[in-house]
Design a protein around this ligand. Structure first.
Ligand code: ADP
Length: 290
């Protein structure tokens, strides 16, 4: 089983500042670091670190070779990441001494993924493979329809939330991942609850409160508590959870076990600083004592 992930790849630039700049202010940063990020890259790295074969479908600019190489080092199949004539997607993340942040996001090459690139990647897929999509690329609905027509299992993480984009892909989904804020936004936009969506399984994650699975095929709801850990950075927890669940289900693990594994991975992730580079591997997740 392969997970084909149509997803964003970002360069995350972290600038540490004494305070967030005001309009017109020029401010010296005390420190700067660059990391691999983007919801798509995070999920690909998580699923690969969980032991799945992950084929990432995406795009970077001429300046993005390092990001592709890093994904490869984490075990992601990068053959279907193309190079576009625009900048690699990037985020400028300003963090002040109090931990407050402000983020500027440039989609860049993430919005330059041609249908031909998606078609070429999915031409290699088979019906027992999974297609994963999020909202940081273009052409999600095209990919979702193609994947569903091919009999693939289509999974979607509705982030960053966009009501129109969710509605567009909803008919093609088997799995939907939402955090509790996104579940509320979906409710406001459509009047629908997770249990009333036309999707087989809806996962609603709730940070330190764990997650709820709405098994709409069975008409049942299951709750899974989170592990009691001291969180230092919750960025990427949901992406890690999603990647781990899909990897575990892909190798035939029962749902409850897959969620338990992903819950451990999410807990470890929040104990670490960073995004894709901080995602724990399967051995760390299995060996961790909470
Ligand atoms: P997102 O990053 O999309 O907002 P969540 O914050 O809901 O996602 O986190 C996803 C999962 O990661 C949770 O369901 C939980 O298992 C784990 N997790 C997140 N935050 C914590 C935390 N503070 N303590 C323990 N586990 C956490």
């Amino acid at each position: 089983m392969t997970i084909y992930n149509l997803g964003s790849i970002n360069a995350d630039y972290f600038y540490h500042l004494p305070h967030l700049p005001k309009p017109g202010e020029t401010l010296a940063a005390t420190d700067m670091s660059r990391g691999l990020g983007g919801k798509g890259a995070n999920m690909s790295v998580a699923a690969a670190r969980a032991g799945a074969h992950v084929c990432h479908i995406g795009s970077v600019g001429q300046d993005g070779g390092w990001a592709v190489e890093r994904m490869m080092e984490y075990g992601v199949d990068t053959r279907h990441i193309v190079t576009a004539d625009v900048a690699t997607g990037n985020a400028v993340i300003m963090v002040d001494d109090a931990g407050e942040n402000a983020i500027v996001l440039l989609p860049g090459a993430n919005h330059a993924i041609g249908k031909n690139v998606i078609g070429a990647a999915l031409a290699e897929a088979s019906p027992n493979d999974t297609l994963l999509i999020q909202n940081e690329t273009n052409n999600q609905a095209y990919a979702a329809r193609l994947g569903r027509d091919m009999g693939m299992r289509v999974a979607y993480a509705a982030a960053p939330f966009d009501a129109a984009k969710v509605q567009e892909v909803l008919p093609y989904l088997e799995y939907l991942f939402l955090n509790e804020v996104e579940a509320e936004q979906l409710h406001q936009a459509t009047g629908q609850n997770p249990a009333s969506l036309p999707v087989s399984k809806v996962f609603v994650t709730m940070g330190a409160k764990g997650c709820v699975l709405f098994d709409n095929d069975a008409g049942q709801t299951f709750e899974y508590p989170a592990l009691p850990v001291k969180a230092v950075d919750t960025t990427g927890a949901g992406d890690t959870f999603t990647g781990y669940v899909l990897a575990a289900l892909g190798r035939g693990m029962p749902m409850a076990q897959a969620i338990a594994l992903a819950t451990r991975a999410g807990a470890l992730m929040v104990m670490r600083e960073g995004t894709a580079d901080a995602i724990p591997d399967l051995k760390d997740v299995q060996d961790a004592r909470f």
